[in-house]
Design a protein around this ligand. Structure first.
Ligand SMILES: *Cc1c(COP(=O)(O)O)cnc(C)c1O
Length: 228
């Protein structure tokens, strides 16, 4: 399928999910996750009108950045090793995976302008997932006050791999509660308005629960070898 065709379908799903809960589709930023696909396919997404691209590894981001440059707004969505920060810092607008102070320190040190970060939370407490435990997030964000080049734009999570709708909803709801709690603290360096949650299999539920950024790979650009 062409990206443009997938996009029509996904936009309809975004609209109907928003409609269900009285939100407007403008509140939901669509990030096309291009980690599985070629540079050509990523470019096709841009030509279809997508603005935000997400990559989860520095190598993948760099390869695509060499060709696409600053045409898209780049989101780094994967686990970020501290020593890789310098490779991506001047290319990305958002880092969705801030999960430790040592990483914040390095981002702050290497920043060429204010870096928009989201704190990754392991809401579902799965050992396999990165991110802070929910109960540690507020203190972690308080500790980020010292880093003047970092702005905490919101929270990010990956839901458990399940078809159980209630389990997914609970996860997204918990992230939103936590986001609201931090937002209400009114820290000037942490507006914390964004909720990055929802992927190919669960983005409609995520939108119903308040997502402001959805990260979609498979359903939008496909996976390698199945792009057409
Ligand atoms: C791969 C990935 C996605 C997209 O996953 P799909 O199921 O292909 O939509 C979203 N977020 C993160 C952090 C990812 O690594």
């Amino acid at each position: 399928m062409k990206v443009a065709e997938n996009l029509i379908h996904i936009k309809q799903q975004i609209i109907s999910a928003c409609h269900k809960v009285n939100r407007t589709p403008d509140e939901v930023k669509l990030i096309a996750v291009t980690k599985y696909v070629s540079i050509d396919r990523a470019n096709e997404a841009l030509e279809a009108g997508i603005i935000n691209l997400g990559e989860n590894r520095d190598e993948g981001l760099l390869k695509k950045w060499e060709v696409l440059g600053d045409k898209p707004i780049w989101h780094f969505i994967g686990t970020l090793q501290t020593r890789k920060v310098k490779n991506i810092i001047d290319k990305v607008e958002y880092i969705h995976s801030l999960d430790r102070i040592s990483l914040a320190e390095e981002i702050n040190k290497r920043a060429v302008k204010k870096v928009k970060c989201l704190v990754q939370v392991n809401v579902s407490q799965e050992d396999s997932k990165h991110g802070l435990a929910s109960q540690d997030v507020l203190n972690f964000i308080k500790d980020l006050r010292a880093y003047e080049n970092i702005s905490i734009e919101g929270l990010m999570t990956m839901a458990p791999l399940t078809d159980d709708e209630e389990q997914l909803r609970t996860c997204f709801r918990k992230l939103k509660e936590l986001r609201d709690q931090i937002k209400n603290c009114n820290f000037d360096y942490a507006p914390c308005t964004e909720l990055s949650m929802g992927m190919s299999n669960d983005f409609e539920i995520a939108i119903e629960e308040g997502a402001t950024m959805i990260r979609i790979g498979t359903a939008l650009v496909g996976v390698a070898g199945e792009e057409e």
